[in-house]
Ligand binder design. Structure first.
Ligand SMILES: *[C@@H]1O[C@H](CO)[C@@H](O)[C@H](O)[C@H]1NC(C)=O
Ligand SMILES: *[C@@H]1O[C@H](CO)[C@@H](O)[C@H](O)[C@H]1NC(C)=O
Ligand SMILES: *[C@@H]1O[C@H](CO)[C@@H](O)[C@H](O)[C@H]1NC(C)=O
Ligand SMILES: *[C@@H]1O[C@H](CO)[C@@H](O)[C@H](O)[C@H]1NC(C)=O
Ligand SMILES: *[C@@H]1O[C@H](CO)[C@@H](O)[C@H](O)[C@H]1NC(C)=O
Length: 247
């Protein structure tokens, strides 16, 4: 093969890849992707008329007849074989699609239905925490309040089973362990994880308070004892004085 032919061959290969890369729409799609819903006719007969409906919004999105496009919605295009391509699928494109294909006589030669679900990319959640007076902490995972997301919590990169609330409560002794926490959000097409954080709460913990109260309690007893001793001594001295005066 001469150099020129090789180049031509490569060029054609590239072209073939481009054509093949028109991918078929999956059931669950990431917003912004491009894909095609296939139109299939009996015995692969070339249709003379095609109608595509978005059943969910009851709109005709594409009508093609006698080689001309009569109606077309924004953001879609028609393939050579009548298949429907989304250039940049959006959340409002979600739902059920239906097509009808007819031959020259107006006889239906193909019909089909396909449903797609579209999801926005998961945002990176922000993880913050608040400490209370007892050094308990409340961790909050903020992911823009999106209802399509499932939340999960991780301690030292291990998932905490069955913990799906956007807030996680840590009792004071857990906040002393220096463990890293993170949260993650996901939908069927994407997922994101927060930064790893170490929860540190300053101030006295209930245990410290307990120690303080023991010490304080001890102090009070000492004070009481001192007062008692002083009083007893005084009385002693007074009694002695009395005895001396009388004697
Ligand atoms: C797809 O649409 C979104 C908004 O609907 C736009 O921000 C984005 O740039 C578009 N992407 C492409 C590749 O056209
Ligand atoms: C810290 O948590 C413990 C156990 O749940 C609770 O009894 C205590 O009241 C909490 N402290 C504060 C200041 O909320
Ligand atoms: C999510 O909702 C909570 C309470 O419903 C609100 O405090 C918070 O600001 C919301 N977050 C965002 C990013 O909208
Ligand atoms: C916990 O982390 C802090 C700051 O990173 C560090 O100063 C401290 O020594 C750590 N404590 C333990 C018990 O690892
Ligand atoms: C959190 O820490 C783990 C390892 O300890 C690491 O694999 C992961 O990438 C970290 N995540 C972030 C967002 O830094």
């Amino acid at each position: 093969m001469s150099c020129q032919y090789s180049l031509l061959f490569l060029f054609l290969c590239g072209f073939a890849v481009l054509i093949v890369s028109k991918k078929t729409c999956k059931k669950e799609l990431l917003e912004g992707t491009s894909c095609t819903i296939k139109l299939i006719t009996k015995n692969e007969i070339k249709p003379n008329e095609i109608k595509w409906f978005h059943v969910t919004s009851e709109t005709l999105i594409l009508r093609w007849k006698d080689g001309d496009i009569k109606n077309i919605a924004e953001g879609v295009s028609k393939e050579e074989d009548g298949s429907l391509t989304f250039k940049n699928v959006s959340l409002k494109n979600a739902g059920k699609y239906k097509y009808h294909a007819f031959n020259v006589d107006g006889t239906e030669i193909g019909t089909g239905e396909e449903e797609i679900q579209v999801y926005a990319k998961a945002p990176k959640p922000t993880l913050t925490f608040d400490c209370d007076a007892d050094r308990n902490a409340t961790l909050t995972c903020d992911a823009e309040n999106r209802t399509d997301l499932t939340l999960s919590w991780y301690i030292e990169d291990k998932i905490i089973q069955n913990e799906k609330n956007p807030q996680l409560f840590l009792i004071f002794y857990q906040t002393r362990e220096n463990k890293t926490y993170s949260c993650g959000v996901s939908n069927p097409v994407s997922s994101e994880q927060s930064e790893n954080i170490t929860v540190l709460c300053y101030g006295p913990s209930p245990l410290d308070n307990f120690m303080v109260s023991i010490l304080a309690g001890g102090g009070a007893i000492l004070l009481l004892l001192s007062v008692l001793i002083i009083c007893t001594c005084r009385r002693c001295r007074q009694q002695k004085k009395h005895q001396q005066d009388e004697g």
